[in-house]
Design a binder for this molecule. Structure first.
Ligand SMILES: [Zn+2]
Length: 427
């Protein structure tokens, strides 16, 4: 006979879940006994995630009403908003909506950048769910969670320090979700190749041989606007007058080249770099993420291993696969980061190596080192006064800067919350 028991963080060995429901004031799960084979025993990380007490963000997680509390990114926002919410913080509106809609649930909004919170903030949580809108933000969160892991003498993550990360993302009719058991499975940085570089159009195509409506809009945005400067200011993608001007000029240019398909919505999309959000894709991916959190929090079955894709652009297609963890990963690899570079290379070449697609894919790295026991700033672009002072170093060779084979360079970049150390290996 089925009966109800409160949702517990313990592993339900030998029980199958027939129904999970959120009831007024409490989260309860209906379970029933059956003769199906016992699920495999959870690994230590799983037990750790499951048996920690307190809500997802508090040490005394006791699964009582209101216990569900986790970091919500931007997973599925448009269902939660109404017209009179315009102008209010998305996080606050979404939290209010959910709190009012589902009694017993307590979502705490934080209206700030993810980078504004420190290690102590993230350390409180038992699971982190990301629905972020950019790759750098994902890399940052991935770096943050990995920086919290403590390892024992055998290089095994110490249970209690590894927080699982569930990540979801959509792009139009396509989406993906993944579960990262930090320190154990492949991390975001291991699989950077999954994220294609942002679509950009070569300037020569835009200027001379446009073939797509996007080429015509890009031309007006990049070349015609600065030349004619109709409003004596930079383009504001939220200003209808600016968009109308760009639309009009783009249509003119498109008709000149016999191209059709330039409309206001496309202009808005190209100018603001918008990828249309499709509610069904977002809902499916949000559901996968929620399902994975449920599995992690209860241990009813194994979590996704470790990546699932959804493609609805031509029929419906889905596929799951496991990513491979890279031993030389800059974030989760436990090896020293070796940077192979020519002895006579200039500092600017070293920096471009750090930014390359097949390298660390950094954005704007700042570099410091230690020469003869003295701290030395090699180059930092983000602080104008230091940038001016260190700019001449870019043209110097590594040896001219006093760097020797095996020297360590500390690199800070916006893609990671922690700085990384690279050991130079002259080739
Ligand atoms: Zn990794």
């Amino acid at each position: 006979m089925p009966w109800k028991r409160p949702l517990s963080g313990l592993y339900f060995s030998g029980w199958s879940v027939s129904r999970f429901e959120v009831m007024s004031g409490s989260v309860e799960m209906e379970v029933q006994s059956d003769d199906s084979p016992m699920p495999a025993a959870p690994k230590s990380w799983m037990r750790n995630a499951m048996e920690r007490s307190g809500p997802f963000c508090l040490p005394d997680f006791d699964h009582r009403p209101g216990a569900l509390h986790s970091v919500l990114g931007q997973i599925q926002v448009q269902f939660l908003f109404r017209r009179n919410d315009i102008g209010r913080s998305k996080a606050e509106v979404a939290a209010n909506f959910i709190n009012n809609r589902i009694p017993g649930v307590n979502v705490t909004p934080h209206f700030c950048k993810i980078q504004d919170k420190d290690e102590d903030f993230y350390r409180q949580f038992h699971v982190v769910v990301c629905g972020l809108d950019s790759v750098p933000a994902r890399r940052w969160m991935n770096g943050m969670l990995h920086s919290l892991i403590e390892y024992d003498d055998d290089n095994t993550p110490i249970t209690g320090t590894n927080i699982p990360l569930v990540d979801g993302g959509t792009e139009g009719l396509k989406g993906n979700a993944r579960v990262i058991l930090t320190g154990t499975s492949a991390c975001i940085e291991c699989t950077l190749g999954l994220y294609p570089p942002q679509v950009t159009y070569p300037l020569c195509t835009i200027a001379n041989t446009p073939r797509l409506p996007e080429h015509c809009i890009e031309y007006v945005k990049i070349i015609q606007w600065p030349k004619e400067n109709p409003y004596q200011c930079e383009i504001d993608g939220d200003d209808p007058a600016h968009l109308c001007w760009i639309h009009e000029k783009s249509v003119e240019r498109a008709s000149h080249f016999g191209i059709t398909g330039v409309d206001y919505k496309l202009v808005q999309g190209v100018v603001k770099n918008i990828i249309p959000a499709v509610a069904s894709t977002n809902a499916s991916i949000a559901a996968v993420c929620a399902n994975e959190v449920f599995k992690l929090a209860t241990g009813v079955c194994k979590p996704l291993n470790d990546y699932v894709v959804l493609n609805q652009s031509d029929g419906v297609y889905t596929f799951a696969f496991a990513n491979e963890k890279r031993e030389d990963c800059l974030v989760c690899g436990r090896k020293a980061n070796i940077l192979n570079i020519k002895e006579d290379a200039k500092l600017e070449e070293l920096i471009s190596k750090l930014c390359q697609d097949d390298g660390a894919r950094m954005k704007n790295p700042g570099l410091t080192t230690n020469v003869n026991g003295k701290q030395m700033t090699l180059y930092i672009a983000t602080v104008p006064s230091i940038e001016r002072q260190t700019r001449p170093n870019l043209k110097k060779t590594l040896t001219e800067l006093g760097l020797v084979n095996g020297a360590e360079i500390v690199v800070a970049d916006e893609t990671s919350p922690m700085s990384m150390t690279f050991k130079l290996n002259f080739i």
